[in-house]
Write a protein that binds this ligand. Structure first.
Ligand SMILES: [Zn+2]
Length: 106
């Protein structure tokens, strides 16, 4: 399979994925340590939350800086930029849709 990303983009992409799972690990380990029982990547909930705690009706989304266009750490790759702008904009729309859903149904 040919890679749609340049080497540099791929490297950043892998970094972004790693930093997200590291962050997820920190959060889930701490929740577990404090006695919360939760599910990860809950497919039957809207937006597939990273963590959900049924008992408290809580969903947690761990939005990584890159994929969710964090205003502080997010950046749009300079090469193949049209592809990335579209992709990151889609993510942002999706995030907003998910936020609206949960704020409307709390
Ligand atoms: Zn950030």
């Amino acid at each position: 399979m040919t890679d749609v990303l340049t080497k540099e983009q791929r490297r950043k992409n892998m970094q972004a994925i790693k930093s997200k799972s590291k962050l997820e690990d920190k959060v889930t380990k701490e929740l577990w340590r404090r006695g919360y029982r939760f599910r990860k990547n809950t497919r039957n909930l809207f937006g597939k939350p990273d963590i959900s705690i049924k008992k408290y009706k809580v969903v947690i989304f761990i939005d990584s800086c890159f994929w969710h266009s964090c205003p502080i750490h997010g950046n749009s790759p300079k090469t193949n930029s049209e592809f990335w702008i579209k992709k990151l904009n889609r993510n942002r729309e999706r995030d907003e849709e998910v936020n609206r859903y949960y704020f409307a149904n709390k």
